[in-house]
Design a protein around this ligand. Sequence first.
Ligand code: IPE
Length: 248
Amino acid sequence: MPRPCGSAAVKLGGSLVTVKDRPYTVRGEALAGASRILAAYWRSGGRRLIVVHGGGSFGHYEVDTLRGELGARDLPAAAAPRIQGAMLRLAARVVEALRGAGLPASLHTTHTICECRECRYTPLLRDLGEGLVPVAYGDAVPCRGGLVIVSGDQLVVEAGLEAGVDCIVFTIDAPGVLDGEGRVIGELGPGDPVPRLGGAAHDVTGGLEAKVEWARRAAAGGARVYITGLGGLLKVLEGGRAGTRIVV
Ligand code: IPE
């Protein structure tokens, strides 16, 4: 059995912490459960932890609504504040839950640390060095008159690799990556096809395929990488196996 993760970067998927088809709705129990697990891990001895969360029915919904209102797929920079506002509301709920579980969560607004898709992680690394638990999230970043949506998957991988964490874990609202029969795929290797999922409603950042792409980059960067449900989170942080391990 591999060693427990001495340090970890964990993405809380938007589909896990929000009700994806109900605008602006937090899944309070899942969020509280995730926070308790992360706190148990963090308390279990000198662990370093970065937390990133997704947009779910806050960010994705707001992007969809704006696209409908403006009749355009590509949004202007002027639309960014509304998406940022939606994400700040969710981020406030997430850090509140993390703090409620006893974690010293320090929030970093993603649009202030990124230039288009290039993000600077030094503020997060500083907080990590101070013993805090830095938190960031998928967000809208103004970019040359338009805006880009920087996903939480990108952030968790880049911040995690820059911090040199042992493990990068993506949590989703399924026990792992599922095959056509709904069974968890235990390991996804470099050439393995990524199953196509239906129902990617309100997903503006590429869904499962993009997630696996980022997970592969994380594994190539030397991290132990898992995509798992909440039920497998503590297990993988403690060095066990659960969900789908991504290998390169
Ligand atoms: C998306 O972030 C953020 C916005 C839509 C503003 P993610 O792509 O990380 O979100 P989830 O996890 O898929 O919901």
